[in-house]
Design a protein around this ligand. Structure first.
Ligand code: NIG
Ligand code: FE
Length: 427
């Protein structure tokens, strides 16, 4: 197709954007994007492309702004149950870590997820993925981590693999058996860590080879935090994963600074996520590495802690900053990356342009997909969002309504606010 007559095309061309470079939008006014067989053939002035690609089906953007589909590089999109009662308890004064220590929090979602069938999990997760797509997110990282036993962790991965096949979204998958200490190991957490390292990870590698076809190995992630995994336990798991060839990620510095960020940068993690409590030295270590700093402003907002990742310092140090939703039932049930952008502008002092780059090309780098998605460049996937406005700066500025007019994934319209009939399978 040819998407023409866009007021602005934000190409985000040129690769991931470090430090002060963040926010290079590659803006083309009165632009167009030609897509064939799911890939971008050309991006440029609307007049030129209309002359050159008149044979393609035409999609008139009608003076709207166009940008790459959002990439959400940190989600816990698959779970069962909800935690509305805990939300209320937190508002009455309990903290997130107190609720976790009392057997609630992540562990309450673990109980519901263990009890759910694959069909139930697939149904609820598919509905969330569709809502994400409707808000402009076309590529999504998805973690396990509400099983915490071998079978349920693999059940979650099997459902995610099936949903990845189903599409139209692209999913990057992550194995997070080290999300919390399971109740069965409450008194012997080191035994759990030893078992994950010695048995579950090697078995996962074999399972993956049989189930996942040509897909590269999933990420292995760990929640390095007071009440979850210590620095030493986190390092054991990530080092074991790395030795087996898995790419790695970490949840670090969400509440307490345990040193996980520096450790992950040293191990060559693809990303370190949360970073609210990161120190100057952590930020420097990150900036000197290729580990992407993933900020999740929906989480402090969802928890009402008021403490956000130090984005300005990360950028000043030359770090690679990305944004994600952290979609999960405990801290941030938010399926909308536009909300993450709005929060990042206000509480992390990003401009709309910086937030957009962090949520597209840099987010793609956080999941190793910067060569295929996250920007509108020849050869990359034709994943495009048309906004219902003519100026990209309305993103971040406006919040609480969906600014997406339509979503194109690999050259196919998969969501249209104007034409609900065109939406994915009519849903
Ligand atoms: O990234 N911090 C750990 N994991 C999630 C929360 C998961 C949950 O509370 O269910 C997060 O915030
Ligand atoms: Fe998380």
């Amino acid at each position: 197709m040819l998407i023409h007559s866009a007021s602005q095309v934000l190409t985000l061309a040129g690769g991931p954007q470090r430090g002060a470079m963040l926010g290079q939008l590659g803006l083309i006014e009165h632009g167009a994007i030609a897509i064939e067989d799911g890939r971008i053939l050309a991006v440029g002035p609307s007049d030129e492309l209309r002359a050159a690609y008149s044979h393609l089906p035409q999609l008139d953007a009608g003076g709207r702004a166009a940008l790459p589909g959002f990439v959400d590089p940190h989600t816990h999109v698959i779970w069962a149950g909800d935690r509305a009662g805990e939300f209320e308890a937190r508002l009455e004064g309990k903290t997130y870590l107190e609720i976790l220590a009392g057997g609630g929090g992540i562990l309450s979602t673990v109980r519901a997820t263990r009890a759910a069938s694959e069909a139930e999990l697939a149904g609820q997760t598919r509905a969330r993925l569709r809502r994400m797509l409707a808000h402009g997110t076309t590529t999504i990282e998805a973690k396990t981590g509400y099983g915490l036993d071998k079978a349920t962790e693999l059940k979650m991965l099997a459902v995610l693999l099936a949903l990845a096949e189903e599409g139209p979204w692209d999913l990057a998958l992550t194995y997070l058996a080290a999300h919390a200490i399971p109740p069965e190991y409450r008194e012997q957490p080191d035994d759990y860590v030893a078992q994950v390292c010695a048995e579950w990870l090697p078995e996962l590698k074999d399972w993956w080879a049989q189930q996942a076809g040509e897909r590269g190995l999933p990420y292995v992630d760990v929640f390095c935090e007071t009440g979850a995994f210590t620095l030493a336990q986190s390092e054991r798991i990530l080092a074991a994963a790395k030795a087996l060839g898995f790419p790695i990620k970490i949840h670090s510095d969400e509440f307490d600074n345990l040193g996980g960020t520096r450790m992950a940068a040293e191990l060559g993690a693809a990303s370190a996520d949360h970073l609210v409590a990161a120190s100057e030295a952590d930020i420097r270590a990150l900036a000197e590495s290729d580990t992407v700093a993933v900020a999740l402003p929906g989480t402090p907002f969802g928890l009402a802690t008021g403490q956000y990742a130090p984005a300005r310092q990360i950028l000043a140090a030359g770090g690679l900053l990305a944004l994600a939703s952290d979609l999960n039932p405990g801290t941030s049930w938010c399926e909308n990356m536009q909300m993450a952008l709005a929060l990042a502008c206000r509480y992390m002092q990003l401009t709309p342009g910086q937030a957009i780059a962090a949520a597209t090309i840099n987010a793609a780098a956080a999941i190793g997909m910067a060569n295929t998605v996250g920007s509108l460049e020849v050869g990359k996937q034709g994943d495009v969002v048309l906004l219902d406005c003519d100026d990209y700066r309305q993103l971040g500025y406006r919040y609480g309504t969906n600014l997406v007019h339509s979503v194109i994934k690999r050259g196919q319209v998969v969501f249209s606010a104007a034409d609900p009939e065109a939406n994915l399978n009519g849903n």
